[in-house]
Design a protein around this ligand. Sequence first.
Ligand SMILES: *Cc1c(COP(=O)(O)O)cnc(C)c1O
Length: 219
Amino acid sequence: MSIKSQIDRLQAELPVGVKLLAVSKFHPAEAVAEAYEAGQRAFGESRPQELKQKYELLPKDIEWHMIGHLQTNKVKYIAPFVTLIESLDSERLAEEIERQAAKNNRVIDCLLEIHVAAEQTKSGWEYAELVEFVEKGGFAALPHIRVRGVMGMATFTDDEAVVRADFERLAACKTSLAKYFGEEFDILSMGMSDDYRLALEYGTTEVRIGSTIFGAREY
Ligand SMILES: *Cc1c(COP(=O)(O)O)cnc(C)c1O
């Protein structure tokens, strides 16, 4: 199926209020342009330099989301224009985003990436540490960051019960954290090509879909 027909099919399937993020990492700018022609405007990338290159090549009304692990020394590449950093996963990274956002005179929207999967290799805050940081006023001291919600990845497994439990926990984290933030804390980003239908059952507001739209990635 073409990129356009996959996007059309997904848009028809997703309920109103659930955003489709097209994950274009490792695919060329031409593939993003094809999705753009089909009406898609929000794209996710995992590497800052690749994101910046595509930003420079492509139409300026595209929303760029950073979804991969972000090293502090690379925040500067995306700080001037990024729409949403979904992978805010540590205090150090928060401080660097604050610094770069201030330098660019903007407030950057971010999601708190929470570690719920069984794999230790996956990134994200441990929930208890995140709560500790939030409770001591960590984000109140970072005025150039606007925390918009939570992002996470489920365990990579065929065991549907495990994936459901991960999504349920992410949704519960979002609910528990809401009291610390304002009305703008309204995004629950979870669900990828293989598990987005399950994520819908647990109230996701944004699914991040790559291979279903663009085909397999060549690393
Ligand atoms: C690569 C990636 C996706 C998309 O994965 P697909 O299985 O290709 O849909 C979603 N979220 C994150 C954080 C990713 O790194």
